[in-house]
Design a protein around this ligand. Structure first.
Ligand SMILES: Nc1ncnc2c1ncn2[C@@H]1O[C@H](COP(=O)(O)OP(=O)(O)OP(=O)(O)O)[C@@H](O)[C@H]1O
Ligand SMILES: [Mg+2]
Length: 315
């Protein structure tokens, strides 16, 4: 039985009155999305802003109803068996929402109470310790910094030791130290058998952590594969250099440009030579030239730029 099963999930948000008068039919945030996540996987759900990741997670959490389709968590339908499904899930939401009147420990106790768990102190202590919150246990949530609040959200999601952990952008606005602490902790829970579903815009984190990855684009599933296979599908190398010049259009189309730094995909040495020749011909002076292996970000940019047909997932 899969840990999570999305079956032909579609979601259309009703249009606002203004959109309706302009003839809008609502926004199709998810379009017939189907895939399974197996027990024990560390699974990445990727896609640009607005692709539908949080919409899918809200449906999984039972916070929003799909327009069509169903979602099961370890065999429990999130709609018809809400309480059982919810108990399987530890969800770290993208938005920071919390009750400012309680301190950190109280918040975790209250959350334990929601799940009917008494005497959860040992696990609460371990969570506080593992997430670097031990010295903040009696601090009021109002007094915490943004990154600290996010740690509390993570602890809150895990109080009932859920077998399935869902993290929606857990490292947005989080410093390097907490990211490392968080990933060590989540990786340990995954090793111990927890299933993890992660959305992130830090693709190097997804590449390092996830065994399998799904990509959403405008509500449609356009890629679903093992991380290693996705990496193989890209041009295998990237030519990286700095320049003040303007790239010829044919090259600019495929380039990843960050300020003066330009990165161009290349399959082999022959293609690198061609790229360099085109640059010379166009009179573009380059410096600090180097080659590197393609990474998940290259694959992502490639997939998002292309014209994809949605994946037909064999069921
Ligand atoms: N409650 C809502 N009402 C109307 N439209 C919504 C609602 N929630 C999301 N949307 C729209 O649905 C689309 C998908 O949004 P969603 O939040 O799922 O994207 P996302 O992939 O999580 O993006 P991000 O990376 O920015 O978090 C967007 O166009 C968004 O504007
Ligand atoms: Mg989101």
């Amino acid at each position: 039985m899969p840990a999570i099963s999305f079956q032909s999930v579609s979601k259309t948000y009703a249009s606002s009155r203004q959109q309706k008068t302009q003839g809008g039919n609502g926004l199709r945030a998810l379009d017939d999305v189907s895939f399974d996540i197996e027990e024990g996987e560390f699974f990445g759900l990727l896609g640009p802003n607005g692709a539908g990741k949080t919409s899918l997670i809200s449906i999984l959490a039972g916070l929003s109803r799909p327009t069509a389709g169903r979602v099961n968590v370890r065999g429990y339908d999130v709609h018809t068996h809400y309480a059982q499904a919810r108990r399987q899930l530890g969800i770290v939401p993208q938005e920071l929402v919390f009750d400012p009147f309680f301190n950190v420990r109280e918040t975790l106790r209250i959350q334990s109470g929601y799940f009917g768990i008494a005497n959860n102190e040992a696990w609460i202590d371990e969570l506080l310790q593992s997430l670097g919150l031990a010295d903040k246990a009696t601090a009021n949530l109002r007094q915490l910094s943004g990154g600290m609040k996010r740690r509390v959200l993570v602890a809150q999601a895990l109080v009932h030791k859920p077998p399935v952990i869902v993290l929606d952008e857990p490292t947005a606005g989080v410093d390097v130290e907490l990211r490392q602490t968080l990933w060590q902790f989540v990786a340990r829970l995954n090793k111990q058998g927890s299933t993890v579903l992660l959305t992130t815009h830090y693709l190097e984190e997804a590449e390092a952590l996830c065994n399998r990855i799904a990509m959403l684009k405008k509500g449609q599933l356009i890629a679903l594969n093992r991380t290693s296979e996705l990496l193989k599908s890209a041009a295998s190398n990237v030519l990286r250099f700095k320049t003040d010049g303007n790239l010829p259009w044919a090259l600019a189309q495929h380039a990843r440009i960050t300020g003066r730094i330009v990165q161009l995909p290349a399959r082999d040495a022959g293609e690198v030579e061609q790229l360099l020749a085109s640059l010379r011909e166009a009179g573009v002076a380059i410096e600090d030239v180097e080659m590197r292996k393609a990474d998940l970000e290259d694959v992502f940019i490639d997939l998002m730029a292309g014209e994809q047909t949605p994946l037909e997932v064999a069921r």
